[in-house]
Ligand binder design. Structure first.
Ligand SMILES: [Mn+2]
Length: 366
């Protein structure tokens, strides 16, 4: 039985260019990526794992320098008793001039080559690890065609960066069924940032520290034990922060204060002070309330570590006044028509208001 830990998609050095938050948060997140990387290594040491798989996108090539790669090496150096296996990905491809090749690695760090899948045998553990490093940004070729496991009495593990969810992917598309038929005991995948088990012995560890609101939910690593015929690998949450997306329903009877208190009571203080939130305001608001985003942000500054509010509310309309103003046009006709339905019904009302919002907008544009 061997003890394993599976991580990847750290994206160390990321500049968070496409993130919605500003550069001060970006800087903080960049430090937190390092923090989390160290926490993973410390946990691997503490749990005395035999193998640590790092399955690509360990760092962002574009923003990394020699100092950074030395920092990676020095963190890994602490894990002297762990076999550290690296298969690179599309963000940290292995080429002659890659940062990976600018320094000497400790003996227990193994970086797979980029010319097809290869394997390393660990006799002491009766284990063979297979892997492959990318050498470019995109990869469409089928690298599994000639792959054949010779000794199935040994534990055979594949660590690779690729896409098993989309067969038309430009990022090493892998046919799930073909992969299953190869006979690996465990397959450690990288590339998809949402952690997930494809089957009991195939999993994406996901990004241990989520990078943006596209990566909402829990993030961590995969760890456990592997023996012939018995794989016990499971997800373990490890991220410092989460991206959380929430919706709040607003009604026309709510005051500005009500809305604010709803936002504040969305989660407990610990959650609010540690995570990044995106909150959608939906529904109908009192037509006299203008939700001023800058004011809101200022009021919530001490309540949330980070919050974005997206106002999708529509004002409740003064139907009587609108009817008088729009007697002979399509807006008036629309209101008359809708009034034939039950306006107390929330769905009918929502349809009426949504329609009015479009029609009134058009009127203004003309
Ligand atoms: Mn990635």
């Amino acid at each position: 039985m061997i003890k394993c830990m599976h991580t990847g998609d750290l994206h160390l050095g990321s500049q968070f260019e496409n993130a919605s938050f500003d550069s001060s948060y970006g800087r903080q997140r960049r430090l937190e990526l390092w923090e989390t990387f160290e926490r993973i290594i410390d946990r691997a040491i503490e749990n005395k794992v035999d193998f640590l798989f790092i399955v690509g996108d360990l760092y962002e090539e574009k923003y990394f320098n020699v100092g950074d790669i030395k920092r990676v090496r020095d963190i890994l150096k602490k894990a002297v008793d762990i076999n550290i296996i690296i298969s690179t990905g599309n963000h940290d491809p292995l080429r002659k001039d890659s940062l990976y090749n600018t320094i000497d690695w400790p003996e227990n760090v193994y970086i797979f080559q980029s010319k097809g899948i290869s394997s390393i045998e660990f006799k002491k553990y009766n284990t063979v690890i297979w892997g492959y490093s990318w050498d470019k940004k995109e990869e469409k070729k089928d690298i599994f065609e000639d792959l054949f496991i010779e000794d199935t009495s040994k534990i055979n593990i594949l660590a690779i960066h690729g896409d098993v969810l989309n067969k038309f992917s430009s990022y090493l598309p892998i046919d799930k069924n073909k992969l299953k038929s190869k006979g690996f005991d465990y397959i450690a995948l990288g590339h998809i940032h949402k952690p997930q088990f494809i089957s009991n012995n195939i999993s994406y560890c996901g990004s241990p520290e989520p990078l943006d609101f596209g990566e909402a939910g829990v993030h961590g690593i995969v760890e456990g034990t592997i023996e012939k015929g018995n794989v016990c690998m499971s997800f373990f949450p490890i991220s410092k922060r989460s991206f959380i997306i929430k919706e709040i329903n607003i009604s026309e009877t709510m005051t500005q204060k009500d809305i604010l208190s709803k936002i504040m009571n969305l989660d407990n203080a610990f959650m609010r002070e540690n995570n990044l939130y995106r909150i959608f305001l939906n529904g109908v608001r009192d037509r006299d309330i203008n939700i001023d985003m800058d004011d809101l942000k200022e009021m919530l500054r001490n309540e949330y570590y980070y919050v974005e509010i997206i106002d999708n509310t529509i004002p409740d309309y003064d139907l009587g006044k609108l009817l008088i103003q729009n007697k002979n046009n399509i807006i008036g006709m629309f209101i008359e028509e809708m009034k034939k339905n039950d306006l107390e019904n929330e769905i009918v009302k929502a349809a009426l208001y949504a329609g009015l919002e479009v029609l009134l907008d058009e009127k203004v544009m003309k």
